[in-house]
Design a binder for this molecule. Structure first.
Ligand code: GLA
Length: 803
């Protein structure tokens, strides 16, 4: 609901309120964001809510003689600017025609709209959408007191998801050009200076590590300068009012619908407030806005929850699923894929791929993906990016021939491309070196032996469209993995004059979005999967085009616990692509049981990526069962609500079981639950990193079910293998069994030890609050049938159905 009354604007969702006003000076003043407030009709007493200042404080600057009580350093801004005493983070910096950088935007008009405005569509930036077209959209127009510049602040309200988004546009209505040095997507102030910032940081193969910083003063910047949103610091972050746990406490979440360099600064003020500005990273942005031109900042996404991190995550998940991800695949179950990368790397050819696909098909997989190595003369990562035609030596029957054979097997076919890049050793580079981002006369630094194409040049976009359109329509291609494998450096666009070079990063991003827009519209039924050396561009901008993203090149299930958990804070798990791979794992050399590899992969969109031809018969049989099981539960796993049961709750003094229990060991056991939206079904996963001795009684807490309804909880029964006991088996065996001997192998095939079996009926409230007592785990003091072997890297899946 959007209420415009007197001089204030009250935007409310089901559970939250966002309030700002136009003050006496005509400046937009932020009043409140948080739990829903106000009377039944949404009206507020804003005069009593806004900060009351007697005199301009201390040595701060008075905004103007007519407004004696107004100091921009001390008030709460809805969109801050440089000058007139505002010495905190600006939302906008414009160098006006006379060289001044002072801006003074005051209210001109407002409009409540029920659609996305044309300007936003023209901006070419991706944007959230409402399928039913029933937008709640507020547009505020501000005008500089002196210069012919107008700012549009757009607010979109998504009531059911408790999300509000903001977009900003700047118009130069003067007759001279201006230079925009900063254009943030939003600004907001909080009336406190002590809070926790939770950001998600990492590096290649180690993405989305949760990082908590307590801020009591100063400034904190979360940003990326790598040319993409990046793995160093994802644009999603949380601000919380301590204490907050997974299920309790107040948390604000922020994200940007942008895939380039981003910037969010949280600055505490001398006057007890914290200002947040968020948008494009100004370090790589300096834009000349000609007379009559307009520029847009990417959309910012805000959410608030009183139900802890899980509550905030659910808001973000619902919003992204419905209002960011779009198109044919949005609500469809995604195919279980088999990817050739970790199976064969660059060493692929038709017969190898067909053999691999055949095993995949036998296991029940639905989509075969040919990864890197199929084009040009691509035998390693040193050449051929840009040459998007098949290598006839590897694919003698062409792409079409291979795809037809895969289709005949009953599998869909998918392909890998990395269109934004070029190898110097490629026909494309030899023909069009000018398409590359290069600075004449300066050394160019390469990453993974490749250079970046200049997507700020419309010619390059047209060229790429044409080439990719040809590839995608040359055969029955039903899936595309769109990769991007390097950090940007030496950013420069040969098609732009010197004075416009500060625009390249932004224009490059617009070019990319245009290309993606054209291709996804031309091929609406292709399932596109984003990738950037794994999770180096996992953001809401990409999710407007790609319904799923390869979350990390790290396929080790134990590493993936943290990576996937990290994503789950801000992104729905049906956007997080996750594969079962071989052991020892190629990134960590860790050997994790195939059950756990699967149990972690099912949290996201399931795929397999390994040379299944070398897998044991036993493992292939297990995979067949996994695939069948996943198909049965896939719809619910993809669309259900995700809950973390997190040892972080320990931080807040909520240790439920002390030393001996489920949370024992630091961050040692994780548990997640996915609950269908009608609360009829759920799947819970627990996973243990390291075995703990003498720790047999453990509980499983299941969130999100109907409190009073009864549920049947069960697990998949499987036997304990005597091999897992090593030589300990000799304490009960009548004959000596040597470890790893042929005898041990034979006995293990015939002697079956009954494993743990859960089969209980409990109410939702019992499962959530009292917890399900699990079968005792082996603790070093004895063994009996039905014990749970919960050693290193062990995990369990539990299925829960309403009775
Ligand atoms: C990147 C991707 C991998 C794989 C390789 C191919 O690293 O993240 O999944 O596609 O490129 O070169």
């Amino acid at each position: 609901m959007i209420i415009v009354k007197d001089n204030y604007f009250h935007l409310s969702t089901d559970k939250t309120s966002y309030v700002f006003m136009i003050n006496e000076a005509g400046l937009p003043e932020h009043i409140y964001y948080g739990k829903k407030i106000g009377r039944k009709d949404g009206s507020l007493n804003v005069t009593a809510l806004r900060e009351r200042i007697g005199f301009v404080p201390g040595n701060t600057v008075n905004y103007s003689p007519e407004h004696e009580r107004l100091s921009l350093e001390a008030y709460s801004s809805e969109y801050s600017a440089l000058g007139h005493g505002d010495i905190r983070e600006p939302s906008i910096i414009i160098v006006h025609p006379n060289g001044s950088v002072t801006s003074d935007f005051i209210f001109e008009s407002h409009e409540v709209l029920d659609e996305l405005s044309e300007d936003i569509e023209k901006s070419k930036l991706p944007h959230s959408y409402d399928e039913n077209g029933s937008y709640e959209h507020l547009k505020i127009i501000l005008k500089d007191r002196v210069y012919e510049e107008k700012l549009e602040l757009h607010y979109f309200v998504y009531p059911n998801e408790d999300v509000i988004t903001k977009s900003v546009m700047l118009k130069n209505e003067g007759d001279a050009e201006i230079r925009v040095e900063r254009l943030m997507s939003g600004c907001m102030e909080f009336p406190f200076t002590s809070f926790k910032v939770t950001s998600f940081r990492g590096r290649w193969a180690h993405e989305m590590n949760r990082c908590d910083n307590i801020i009591t003063g100063g400034k904190m910047v979360l940003s990326s300068s790598q040319g993409s949103s990046g793995s160093r610091c994802n644009p999603f972050f949380i601000m919380s009012d301590m204490p907050v746990t997974e299920n309790t406490g107040r948390a604000y979440g922020f994200n940007l619908v942008y895939s380039g360099d981003h910037y969010s600064a949280l600055e505490t003020s001398a006057y007890g407030k914290t200002r947040l500005v968020s948008g494009i990273n100004p370090d790589s942005f300096s834009y000349i806005l000609g007379a009559g031109e307009m520029i847009a900042a990417p959309e910012a996404v805000l959410s608030y929850s009183e139900e802890g991190y899980n509550g905030l995550s659910r808001n973000m998940h619902h919003f992204i699923r419905k209002h960011i991800v779009r198109g044919y695949w949005r609500d469809r179950e995604r195919p279980i894929l088999l990817n050739s990368w970790e199976a064969a790397y660059f060493d692929i050819n038709e017969s190898k791929l067909l053999k691999l696909a055949k095993v995949g098909k036998e296991c029940g997989m639905e989509l075969f993906v040919m990864d890197d190595g199929w084009f040009g003369r691509r035998d390693d990562d040193k050449s051929s990016l840009g040459d998007w035609y098949e290598n006839k030596k590897k694919l003698p029957n062409g792409l079409k021939g291979l795809v037809e054979k895969i289709n005949k097997m009953g599998m869909k076919f998918g392909i890998w491309v990395e269109p934004e890049m070029v190898s110097v050793d490629s026909d494309l580079y030899r023909e069009h070196p000018e398409y590359t981002m290069e600075i004449q006369g300066q050394m160019h630094s390469e990453g993974r032996n490749q250079r970046v194409l200049n997507l700020a040049d419309p010619k390059v976009i047209d060229y790429l469209y044409e080439k990719l359109e040809a590839v995608f329509s040359s055969a029955n291609i039903e899936y595309v993995k769109w990769d991007m494998n390097r950090v940007f450096s030496d950013v420069y666009a040969g098609n732009l004059p010197a004075e416009n070079q500060g625009e390249v990063s932004y224009r490059h991003m617009l070019g990319l979005y245009e290309l993606l827009d054209r291709l996804t519209k031309a091929f609406p039924e292709i399932l596109f999967e984003g990738c950037a050396s794994g999770g180096n561009r996992f953001d809401l901008g990409m999710l407007c085009y790609f319904p799923q993203i390869w979350a990390s090149d790290n396929t080790d299930a134990i590493s993936r616990i943290d990576i996937e958990k990290g994503y789950s804070y801000g992104y729905p798990m049906n956007t997080v692509s996750s594969h079962v791979s071989g052991v020892p794992n190629h990134q960590t050399l860790r050997v994790v049981p195939i059950e756990t590899r699967f149990n972690i992969a099912v949290l996201g969109v399931l795929g397999y990526e390994s040379n299944l031809l070398d897998f044991s018969k036993e493992d292939i049989e297990k995979i067949k069962k996994q695939v069948a099981l996943y198909k049965e539960w896939r719809g619910m796993l993809m669309s259900g609500d995700f809950y973390r049961t997190d040892p972080y709750e320990k931080d807040q003094g909520l240790i439920r079981e002390g030393l001996a229990g489920f949370y024992s060991g630091n961050n040692n056991t994780d548990s997640f639950t996915i609950v269908s939206s009608d609360k009829e079904k759920a799947v819970a996963v627990i996973v243990r990193r390291m075995a703990v001795a003498n720790d047999s009684a453990q509980k499983l807490y299941v969130n999100g079910l109907d409190d009073e309804a009864e549920y049947h909880l069960y697990n998949i029964k499987y036997d304990n293998n005597i091999k897992e006991f090593g030589d300990l088996i000799n304490t009960v065996s009548p004959i000596h069994i040597k470890q790893d001997s042929m005898m041990q192998n034979i006995i293990s095939k015939f002697v079956h030890l009954k494993g743990d079996e859960e089969d209980v009926v409990l109410s939702g409230s019992e499962m959530k609050n009292a917890g399900v007592s699990l079968a005792p785990s082996f603790g070093g003091t004895g063994y009996e049938d039905g014990m749970r072997l919960f050693s290193d890297y062990s995990s369990r899946l539990y299925f829960i159905e309403k009775i």
